[in-house]
Write a protein that binds this ligand. Structure first.
Ligand code: MN
Length: 502
């Protein structure tokens, strides 16, 4: 018999009979719980959890996540108790619903709340990545239906929160699709006139562009096919309205007429090898613009993004960026951390960095429990102490701005392990990133075989060797040299120990 959840189940990758049964049960449960409650749009409330569950199924999430998506508003908006959810759907679903509910209670009020919300989101994310994925899906549907929200001030508050909190996190988690959509939805609320003006301009350009690029795409397909690469597809994508606006502002003095890289041509191939071969074929076909080749396959972005980028001028005179990637990389670029969720698949691929880096950012998260039920990890306690003692260093904002969202560089140990650091990081940061003992006993550093000063800024690809001496101690000056919050925290604690303060 047909059921409203049929679309959700068929969107799953390989749904079992049990998936179908549990998802139906969750939906019926939520429908009863929400009763006659309506959305601002006038529709029955269940439309909202349904949309979220469908999205979660589409991006490949598991049964527990989908069920938690269906139930995510029941404990907050209805009489349903967390115990009841656990009884019916198990402890994992209860945990996910509880965590999402806790996040919903945070109301956004200016910068301080902003930082606090981010902090809590990250803590929740580190304890189970599925929490933030459900929260993202929730926010996406709320933004898609934001036109029904009144008054305007409330719409703007939600849009601003989306722009300042959810967009950067989606970006950092590599969730390219959701990031682009959230960003444009929020932009349309915050700057409606500019949004409309840009949308019109993009439409005009698109007409002109598709007209000119079609012949070039044929040339490209032919060249690839002649080289035996038959399993590929090409698609072009239009930059989001907001990212277009940002680029215009940053590079062209806000003169949108000058922004020509509105379009990118994606070439999706079977294997990594094919990608490099295709790059060679493309550069043989069209003239590449020097300095524009970026190999994010050999050096993925910190959010896990992989692709080769190159900008070329085609035979018909179109300047266009090409993004060359495999099917798996393409999926990752769209869904980011969510596409890594499938652990079985993950193990096959041997990846997992996206989740790993969150764990690295929040090292002692899992070891501590806390006052209010949310985990209050040791690093947070250390931080708040450090914030009080040294307001000039180590605020949570530093972590976010310097370590979390900043551009990253990748340096190597002499054994070839990759160390992922924020830009401007020094050998001191490198040492502490590997181990606090290594940092504490450091007496010098070699970069690419040459002795360097501690202040040296590391560059992508540097091989860094740390020289140590047993019993050596950090110097107070290091605090000014280190860039990462992690290094500063360790140095400060080593100094306190040295001075007998601890
Ligand atoms: Mn909701």
């Amino acid at each position: 018999m047909a059921h409203p959840t049929d679309d959700i189940v068929s969107a799953m990758q390989s749904p079992s009979a049990e998936d179908r049964e549990v998802i139906r049960r969750a939906y019926d449960f939520a429908e009863v719980a929400h009763g006659s409650e309506l959305r601002k749009s006038g529709e029955p409330y269940i439309v909202h959890p349904h949309a979220i569950a469908l999205y979660l199924a589409e991006i490949g999430m598991d049964q527990d996540t989908i069920v938690a998506g269906i139930l995510h508003d029941t404990t907050e908006d209805t009489d349903t108790s967390p115990e009841e959810i656990e009884k019916q759907f198990g402890p994992t679903v209860r945990f996910l619903v509880d965590s999402v509910t806790k996040l919903s209670k945070l109301k956004y009020r200016g910068l301080e709340r902003h930082v606090e919300s981010l902090r809590q989101l990250l803590v929740a994310t580190a304890s189970d990545i599925r929490v933030i994925i459900i929260k993202m899906a929730d926010r996406l549907h709320n933004m898609r239906t934001i036109r029904y929200v009144t008054p305007r001030e409330k719409r703007e508050r939600i849009a601003r929160e989306t722009m300042e909190i959810y967009v950067p996190i989606a970006e950092r988690l590599g969730m390219g699709n959701i990031k682009a959509e959230l960003e444009d939805l929020a932009f349309a609320v915050l700057e409606p006139k500019r949004y409309e003006e840009l949308t019109r301009l993009i439409e005009e350009r698109k007409k002109d562009f598709s007209h000119r690029i079609d012949g070039d795409i044929k040339d490209l397909k032919k060249a690839l096919a002649e080289n035996g690469m038959r399993t590929f597809r090409t698609e072009y994508r239009v930059k989001g309205v907001h990212s277009f606006a940002r680029k215009a502002l940053k590079k062209y003095d806000n003169d949108i007429a000058n922004v020509y890289d509105l379009f990118a041509l994606r070439v999706v191939l079977k294997t990594t090898e094919d990608c490099y071969r295709a790059l060679g074929i493309i550069h043989g076909l069209w003239r590449p613009i020097p300095g524009k080749v970026k190999d994010y396959i050999a050096f993925p972005k910190p959010n896990g993004y992989r692709s080769i980028h190159t900008t070329v001028i085609t035979r018909r005179g179109v300047t266009i960026e090409l993004q060359i990637r495999t099917g798996v990389m393409h999926r990752d670029a769209q869904y980011g951390v969510a596409s890594h969720f499938n652990y079985k698949q993950e193990r096959k691929r041997g990846g997992g960095s996206t989740i790993e880096w969150i764990q690295n950012l929040l090292p002692s998260l899992k070891k501590t429990a806390s006052e209010d039920g949310t985990s209050a990890p040791q690093w947070l306690k250390d931080l708040s102490k450090a914030e009080q003692e040294h307001p000039e260093y180590s605020t949570f904002k530093d972590i976010l701005n310097k370590d979390f969202f900043a551009e990253r560089i990748f340096a190597f140990t002499p054994r070839g392990d990759v160390i992922d650091l924020p830009q401007d990081a020094t050998p001191i940061d490198f040492a502490y990133c590997i181990h606090s003992d290594l940092g504490d006993t450091m007496t010098g550093a070699k970069v690419n075989g040459k002795l360097v000063a501690y202040e040296t800024k590391l560059r992508n690809g540097d091989v860094v060797e740390i020289i140590t001496k047993e019993g050596a101690k950090p110097n107070k000056k290091w605090l000014d040299v280190a860039k990462t919050v992690g290094a500063k925290t360790h140095i400060r604690s080593a100094l306190r120990k040295r001075d007998g303060l601890q």
